[in-house]
Design a protein around this ligand. Structure first.
Ligand SMILES: Cc1cc2nc3c(=O)[nH]c(=O)nc-3n(C[C@H](O)[C@H](O)[C@H](O)COP(=O)(O)OP(=O)(O)OC[C@H]3O[C@@H](n4cnc5c(N)ncnc54)[C@H](O)[C@@H]3O)c2cc1C
Length: 286
């Protein structure tokens, strides 16, 4: 069968993740629309391979052996539209829009409420899937509807059971979402964005590649416990438990997934001995 798609073979996944770790994906496709997403899935099925939906790759640890499947990157679904109703603003965002661009769009249109997310290096779709959050807020608090592709059909979902870093969405492909926000003052919005970004830069290792917090919060703070263990700065190969924020593992240059997984293993063993169960927030793609 002939596919109307640009299919790349043996694509280096280091280029597509913020961790800059991992081997090649067997196939890599950037569909331009829903039709091409469906075709990409068909292509994967025809090769008897799994597929994986890629956002901005900011929560991923791709294995050194790579991914023997089809990566479907949604970065070309990148439209934003706005409808104002009185003081309310409804913003429709496609999955591939990154949160930096979304925040700049909101600021330029004087729309307030989403500033807390400025600095999270996510795509909108990935942030919905993971229910990304910061500063006591999360994406789910502002979503009134999402449009997904499920079993080949487009479906709108209004009620989503978000919880901490979880949307409970499974095999749905998020195409877009509608946010309910408010009109605000452009200068105040920009000031808030910049203050959130400054806070992040002061506390998190933004100068080195990472995939954000390695472990999910529980009724305890994993970063605090790792710090108390005295593990900040522990380095294996070129992977290091960040000296700035113990919840992050950073790539000093040529870290491998093996190095990162060993660090995770060490942390989990020590945590278990102290009675804590640590669960990974980052996704190991293999
Ligand atoms: C420096 C740094 C800071 C960070 N700070 C935060 C923070 O403050 N708060 C926070 O919550 N996270 C944070 N993260 C983690 C990360 O940004 C979030 O988990 C984010 O939601 C991941 O989005 P993504 O687009 O990069 O998804 P990816 O990493 O590409 O994918 C993550 C998961 O979402 C799925 N997915 C992606 N797009 C779609 C889609 N359209 N439909 C269906 N499934 C999809 C993927 O298949 C995968 O399972 C940080 C990461 C870094 C590197």
């Amino acid at each position: 069968m002939k596919y109307n798609l640009k299919i790349q073979e043996n694509e280096d996944m280091k280029k597509h993740t913020t961790f800059k770790i991992g081997g090649n994906a067997k196939f890599f496709i950037i569909p331009k629309n829903v039709q091409q997403i469906l075709e990409s899935i068909k292509f994967a099925k025809s090769k008897n391979l799994p597929y994986f939906i890629l956002g901005n790759g900011s929560n991923l640890l791709v294995d050194d052996k790579g991914y023997n499947g089809v990566i479907i990157s949604l970065k070309e679904l990148n439209k934003i539209s706005l409808e104002k109703q009185g003081q309310n603003a409804f913003v429709c965002v496609e999955a591939g829009v990154n949160l930096f661009r979304l925040n700049q769009f909101l600021a330029n249109n004087s729309i307030s409420g989403f500033e807390w997310s400025y600095g999270i290096p996510a795509s909108f779709g990935g942030s919905v899937k993971m229910n990304a959050g910061a500063f006591e807020k999360c994406v789910g608090d502002f979503l009134c509807e999402i449009t997904v592709l499920k079993n080949g059909k487009i479906k709108k979902i209004k009620k989503i059971n978000f919880s901490y870093r979880n949307s409970f969405l499974t095999d749905e492909i998020i195409l877009s979402g509608k946010l309910k926000l408010k009109e605000g003052e452009k200068d105040e919005i920009k000031a808030k964005m910049s203050s959130f970004l400054t806070k992040r830069r002061q506390t998190q290792p933004y100068d080195l590649p990472s995939a954000g917090s390695v472990f999910k919060r529980n009724n305890f703070l994993p970063a605090k416990i790792i710090d108390d263990f005295g593990l900040k700065g522990l380095t294996l190969g070129e992977a290091q438990i960040s000296k700035k924020h113990a919840g992050f593992i950073v790539n000093l240059g040529n870290a491998t997934s093996k190095d990162v997984l060993k660090l995770i293993h060490i942390i989990k063993i020590l945590a278990k001995e102290e009675g804590y169960e640590f669960n990974e927030e980052i996704i190991h793609l293999k």
